[in-house]
Design a protein. Structure first.
Length: 329
């Protein structure tokens, strides 16, 4: 017969509670629920179909891997002002005082938003961070890198209007790897993207401006690889890469450009002239050689001379495919 005293019972209960407490302490706490961003692929596909604008050739929309979640395109349209702070002749960004320029940019954003209410319009400042030069300069590279203080200024200007920033390079005798790598500290920022200009990529020793240069698919893939690494290493949403083009020879082997989930590639129809010439160029160099997304450049001065008239948003939205990146110079 077992007899427990009150003291024994109390001690047993306390020991049991202590044991339960220790056991409970060993159970890990339930982590807070984490929301993992996902890409709405159905919405993406539908928007890509709308951009293709009823194309029946099979060229558009381009079949590519889906981008990482948080991709800007095709969920938004980007409207950018282009230029350089050292020059009033290279574009509207640098030609007008800051406040006047930003007000004018917001006006263009409003026009595009009214023309297509189904796609959010985001403003951008597209800044030429390396400019081609007619003389060799230091290192014989025929290009001049802008001081980082200017890039800081552009970033400061962009902040109040929640604008994206594009850093553009004209490489001269340098290389994509050299010039884009030099901008990596800025490309690590979530709102900073890249533009590259084949017009001033001189492969045979010529001075920039004496003839039109070109990029190969390998050059473009170098930029894509650098951007993709930046995205992966810094856990960023996809970067946008804008490539300017207005002739057949400016981009070679377009079919070998690699599209990856970390980078969204825009082939931007550069060049000025009357509407017939610009539409023809778009069809020959952008439509016929599909990469991923398309852009269109508008010139306030050079598209409006000789009795020409610059395209309006409503007109460009009739193009096949519809441009998703618009740049004003």
């Amino acid at each position: 017969m077992l007899i427990f005293s009150f003291m024994d019972f109390t001690t047993s209960c306390e020991n049991a509670k202590s044991s339960e407490s220790k056991s409970a302490a060993l159970v890990p706490p339930v982590p807070p629920e984490v929301t993992v961003p996902v890409l709405d692929t159905a919405d993406y596909d539908q928007r890509m179909k709308v951009l293709a604008n009823s194309d029946t050739t099979g060229k558009w929309p381009v079949k590519t891997p889906y981008p990482l979640p948080g991709a800007l395109l095709p969920f938004n349209r980007i409207v950018a002002y282009y230029g350089n702070l050292y020059s009033t002749r290279m574009g509207i960004l640098g030609e007008l005082p800051k406040d006047e320029m930003l007000e004018k940019l917001n006006g263009e954003v409003s026009k595009w938003q009214a023309a297509d209410s189904t796609t959010k319009v985001i403003p951008a400042l597209h800044y030429i961070a390396a400019t081609a030069q007619s003389r060799p300069g230091n290192g014989n590279m025929y290009r001049l890198r802008m001081p980082f203080s200017q890039i800081d200024t552009i970033l400061a200007w962009a902040k109040p209007i929640n604008a994206l920033v594009f850093l553009d390079v004209q490489i001269g005798h340098s290389s994509i790897k050299e010039e884009v790598s030099a901008l990596e500290p800025y490309l690590k920022l979530p709102n900073v993207h890249l533009g590259i200009d084949p017009e001033f990529s001189m492969k045979n020793g010529e001075a920039p401006g004496t003839r039109i240069g070109h990029f190969t698919a390998d050059d473009i893939n170098d930029a894509i690889e650098i951007l993709a690494d930046v995205v992966k290493e810094n856990k960023l949403t996809p970067k946008v890469l804008v490539i300017h083009r207005f002739t057949q020879g400016m981009v070679k082997n377009y079919q070998d450009i690699k599209i990856v989930p970390e980078v969204q590639v825009v082939m931007d129809m550069d060049g000025f002239g009357d509407k017939i010439l610009k539409e023809s160029s778009y069809k020959r160099y952008i439509y016929k050689e599909p990469v991923q997304f398309t852009g269109f450049k508008l010139f306030y001065k050079n598209d409006n001379k000789n009795n020409w008239k610059m395209y309006a948003p409503e007109e460009l939205l009739k193009f096949t495919p519809k441009p998703i990146y618009i740049q004003y110079q």
